[in-house]
Design a protein around this ligand. Structure first.
Ligand code: FMN
Length: 371
């Protein structure tokens, strides 16, 4: 095979050729506490490890001698055209990785024609990020305690040209982040969620001894299904729920008229001991049928990982941590290089598997490891 994965500029070291290489390099580039915050998962990291392990247990069975000359990766999701079925997952506080932060990531997404989800916890204004890319961009919304303020974020996203809202529902509070705690991670001065700057101060609450700071405190304003009836009335943007694992929850979202779901366990960063995203993906797809948008994230590091998620029913496959590592190592160039590698790895996988179009990738191409 000829080496088709070319490095775009000499600035990328020769031994940096895939997503996991970026993780290795990032460890050297980032302060230890930041690296630990990003790489880590919740509690004992059972969910985090399972995301990788269960993807690795799936094997690809190729069908040889297929004509791939009409092959391509383009696809349409929510009526929006994607050059390839990869998208950047929302990753907060990117200034921790690089001074140009989310602006650099958006520039890379534009160059490599990749859709991007922009976190509520971005360190640059959602308008400035949007202006950097003409590719599909979806705003990731964390509900804020103040409904009017939440709505102001939605209005800003609409005006800035975001074409969907991705509402994250699996993290109404932080998971148990022991690894980040042990490393002493705190946000450094000057790194902040700038889009929340005008958020009204939270009313101070006092608790009597019979009350819990979790249930009566942090969870008291968390969104519920009812909140989505309200949100749906407020905006014409399609609403996608991120952080769905249960087929019943996916079905409920579909029944409510929401636009789609991201099958995700937040990269193992919230509740520990959950199933891996890849285990739940085919069950979610089966529950909602073929026409509902189902996205996937969790441990996507290779074209073969993307292929497996597509084969199990994902319409789009999202990249989490690797974008942060690439940003830390080489800014916009690093993210562009990563995306190009991921896209070309997918094309190579499709060709070698004998499935040259997105629609031709089905579970028929998969086998499960017996170990
Ligand atoms: C450092 C970091 C920050 C994240 N910030 C957000 C966020 O602001 N909003 C969100 O919905 N998910 C966030 N996520 C979760 C990702 O969107 C995604 O679900 C997860 O990283 C996918 O797993 P992967 O890292 O194995 O690809 C974050 C993940 C990491 C590692």
């Amino acid at each position: 095979m000829t080496d088709i994965i070319k490095v775009p500029l000499m600035a990328i070291p020769q031994d940096l050729v895939c997503a996991t290489d970026y993780a290795r390099y990032a460890k050297k580039h980032l302060p230890t506490d930041v690296y630990e915050y990003v790489v880590g998962g919740g509690a004992d990291e059972i969910t985090l490890q399972r995301n990788r392990q269960k993807l690795d247990e799936i094997l690809i069975l190729p069908s040889v001698l297929q004509d791939c000359t009409q092959g391509g990766t383009q696809t349409t999701v929510l009526g929006q055209r994607f050059r390839h079925p990869l998208m950047l997952a929302p990753v907060a506080f990117q200034q921790l990785a690089h001074p140009q932060a989310e602006l650099a990531t958006a520039e890379a997404a534009d160059v490599v024609e990749t859709g991007m989800m922009v976190s509520t916890l971005a360190t640059r204004s959602l308008e400035d990020i949007a202006a950097k890319t003409a590719q599909p961009k979806w705003f990731q919304l964390y509900f804020q305690q103040d409904k009017a303020f939440t709505l102001s974020l939605v209005r800003r996203a609409e005006l800035a040209g975001y074409s969907a809202l991705v509402v994250t529902v699996d993290a109404p509070l932080h998971g148990i982040r022991n690894r980040a705690q042990r490393a002493g991670f705190v946000l450094p001065d000057g790194v902040e969620a700038v889009n929340l700057k005008d958020r009204p101060p939270l009313p101070s609450k006092s608790f009597d001894p019979s009350q819990s700071i979790v249930f009566q405190g942090m969870m008291s304003e968390a969104p519920t299904w009812e909140t989505f009836r309200w949100l749906k009335q407020q905006t014409d943007l399609p609403i996608v729920l991120k952080g769905i694992l249960s087929p019943a929850d996916a079905l409920r979202a579909q029944d409510m008229g929401l636009a789609g779901v991201v099958v995700s366990n937040h990269g193992g960063r919230t509740l520990d001991c959950m199933p891996s995203s890849i285990e739940m993906l085919p069950l979610v797809r089966e529950a909602v049928g073929p026409d509902f948008a189902v996205l996937y994230d969790g441990a996507i590091e290779r074209g073969t990982d993307t292929f497996k998620a597509l084969a199990l029913g994902a319409d789009l496959v999202c990249i989490g941590r690797p974008q942060f590592y690439a940003l830390a190592v080489a800014g916009a160039l690093g993210v562009a290089h990563l995306l190009r590698v991921m896209r070309e790895e997918l094309e190579v996988t499709m060709s070698l598997a004998g499935t040259p179009t997105i629609n031709s990738i089905t579970s028929d191409a998969l086998r499960y490891s017996l170990v």
